[in-house]
Design a protein around this ligand. Structure first.
Ligand SMILES: [Zn+2]
Length: 376
């Protein structure tokens, strides 16, 4: 049933994308080179996922619809999972349409419906490789350009730091941590191996002598109530999310880092910062406050990408002030999409008084979505 629903949703996504492209072509305000932009973003909003995942869903739906009909049918009648269908799309993404269709037939003939997810993925990878070996190898080389590092929150005030690395570098990192751990354990260190490896990772990346002496500026926002009752409220680590105020106090008290953690108190008073609202750019304390208020994350609904730009909600060119209320943090993509015809971004609450800072985004189809600053 899930497969049938997925197939139905994909048909809907393809139909929506087609209607949007037609509308964009008919709209002479849009630069022809920009046709197709913003569609993945709208799908993301409607599905409550990030623009990145919205675009990916569109890519999967299109490929299954036009180039992989056999796999699409298997999905629609529930004989393979959505994950396998997505794997087929991803593994065959660089093949031309004819080769992709041939692989589609081979996959159906290979009986992948009887295999575990892992073995099915291996069969798909092998068929994709055999369809165009040179391209597959070239892709392995270009994938290296996508190396990156990310951070996401984990339960219990922990976080997961990840690195997408060329395989030999990833293996080398782990081997280096293990080797160092062996030496330290042999010298009588009483920490567990996992603890030593984690501490060593932090120490080598930051250059600190001890992992806990965090020496870079990290924003911790403490609600004013926490001054009176440290056990009562949640604090917020910029770029991460909420932590109990008691733990925030522990970190602030215990770190021997040379630089202070920046403590900011969340009382949206407004008016004090951003001395000259006619300035063109957000900078200094004002820029810092916007980033902290927005938690270091793009304010587009469901996006969660790191902030790359500070955007005037009411555009500067249209007289919008450079102020805390009229500023919002967005990712690169969010900053461009709002400029497309038919998109509208408005300030609903400036964050003073009882309401959190609230921004409404309206898409070309008239759907609107609200983004509120802070943990709510
Ligand atoms: Zn974004």
């Amino acid at each position: 049933m899930r497969g049938a629903l997925a197939a139905a949703q994909q048909a809907e996504i393809v139909a929506f994308a087609r209607s949007q492209v037609e509308a964009q072509i008919a709209d002479d305000r849009l630069d022809p080179a920009a046709v197709g932009r913003g569609i993945g973003d709208q799908i993301g909003l409607a599905c409550r996922v990030s623009p990145f995942h919205g675009s990916r869903r569109l890519g999967v739906a299109r490929a299954l619809r036009f180039d992989l009909p056999g796999v699409r049918d298997l999905l629609a009648c529930g004989r393979i999972s959505e994950e396998i269908a997505a794997t087929v799309v991803s593994e065959t993404r660089d093949l031309d349409a004819a080769r992709r269709r041939r692989v589609d037939e081979q996959i159906c003939a290979a009986g992948i419906t009887e295999l575990s997810a892992r073995r099915a993925a291996a069969v798909v990878a092998r068929l994709a490789y055999e369809a165009d070996r040179a391209a597959y190898v070239a892709r392995g080389r270009t994938a290296r350009k996508d190396r990156r590092v990310g951070l996401r929150p984990a339960p219990d005030t922990m976080s997961v730091l990840s690195g997408l690395l060329p395989v030999e570098q990833g293996v080398a990192c782990l081997a280096a941590l293990r080797k160092h751990t062996d030496a330290v354990v042999a010298a009588g260190d009483t920490r567990t191996r996992d603890q030593i490896m984690a501490d060593t990772l932090v120490e080598r990346v930051t250059g600190q002598a001890h992992a806990e002496d965090v020496d870079v500026e990290v924003g911790i926002v403490l609600p004013v109530d926490a001054l009176v009752d440290p056990d009562g409220a949640a604090a917020d680590v910029t770029g991460h999310g909420p932590i109990p105020a008691r733990i925030a106090h522990d970190i602030l008290d215990n770190t021997k880092g040379r630089r202070w953690w920046r403590r900011l108190f969340a009382t949206p008073t407004g008016g004090l910062v951003g001395a000259d609202p006619r300035r063109r750019c957000f900078d200094g304390v004002l820029a810092h406050l916007i980033r902290v208020r927005d938690g270091g994350r793009c304010r587009d609904p469901f996006c969660d990408a790191p902030i790359r730009h500070l955007d005037h909600i009411h555009p500067y060119r249209a007289g919008g002030p450079t102020s805390l209320g009229n500023g919002r943090g967005v990712c690169v993509r969010g900053n461009h999409v709002r400029e497309l015809p038919g998109w509208r971004v408005e300030l609903v609450h400036d964050g003073r008084g009882r309401h959190p800072h609230t921004v409404r985004t309206t898409t070309p189809t008239g759907h609107s979505y609200v983004s509120r600053a802070g943990p709510n």
